[in-house]
Design a protein around this ligand. Structure first.
Ligand SMILES: N[C@@H](CCC(=O)N[C@@H](CS)C(=O)NCC(=O)O)C(=O)O
Length: 213
């Protein structure tokens, strides 16, 4: 394993945005140290943390004297700085733009519809759940997953033959979508087939597949 122990990741391992970064680090075979922060762990509202990341959110990357927040930007940086020839984030402008649009779409479109469903079914006590409202939110999320499903009809991975950081970003959310129970979800065969390829990838098995919390 290369000597990259100057990489430090701040953030709890059950955060989807931290999980993306951890999966990416594993794909790149980079070593790092992770420090728990956020929710029950606290630390992210302390002045030292806010000096690194004024949002008070996780993850934050520290690489030597370089500090970066925003999980998708961290994934891009990790490839460009530590594995610039890696197909995880392709060089060719059109291929890179294809990857970038899914990274942007995940933040702008998928995350807002995933959040209420995930929080209601994973982080809310059963007796406090309003299942009718949750089903409505799940239906709104399904609309977005149908777009991914249709795109995958003719592609092995989201942007073609190569696994990229766009698969990581979408895959981390897909694990939540497939993992939540108690709502009705449409059968999306292409999405299922695509998601089924990730089992066995060490970063997926270690950081994404474990029980959600
Ligand atoms: N767009 C940001 C979102 C960061 C974010 O909202 N992180 C959540 C966890 S997924 C957070 O910090 N929540 C507060 C906490 O954990 O205390 C990113 O992708 O890094």
């Amino acid at each position: 394993m290369p000597n990259d122990t100057q990489i430090r990741i701040w953030g709890r391992a059950n955060s989807v945005n931290v999980q993306k970064v951890l999966w990416c680090l594993r794909e790149l075979d980079l070593s790092y140290e992770r420090i728990d922060a956020g929710m029950a762990f606290g630390r992210n509202r302390e002045p030292e943390y806010l000096a690194m990341n004024p949002n008070g959110r996780v993850p934050t990357l520290v690489d030597g004297d370089f500090v970066l927040w925003e999980s998708n930007s961290i994934m891009r940086y990790l490839v460009l700085a530590h594995a610039p020839r890696s197909p995880l984030y392709p060089d060719a402008p059109k291929r890179r733009a294809g990857v970038d649009r899914w990274l942007d779409w995940t933040l702008s479109t998928l995350q807002p519809v995933d959040r209420p469903v995930f929080w209601a079914l994973v982080r809310t006590p059963v007796e406090q759940r309003d299942m009718a409202a949750i089903q409505k939110d799940a239906d709104a999320e399904a609309v977005q997953w149908r777009i991914v499903d249709a795109h995958l009809a003719s592609r092995r991975f989201i942007e073609g033959d190569d696994f990229t950081i766009a698969d990581i970003a979408l895959g981390a959310y897909a694990r939540r979508w497939f993992g939540v129970e108690g709502i009705s979800k449409p059968k999306l065969a292409h999405l299922e087939r695509w998601f089924g390829q990730f089992a066995g990838r060490p970063g997926f098995d270690q950081f994404i597949a474990p029980p959600m919390s």
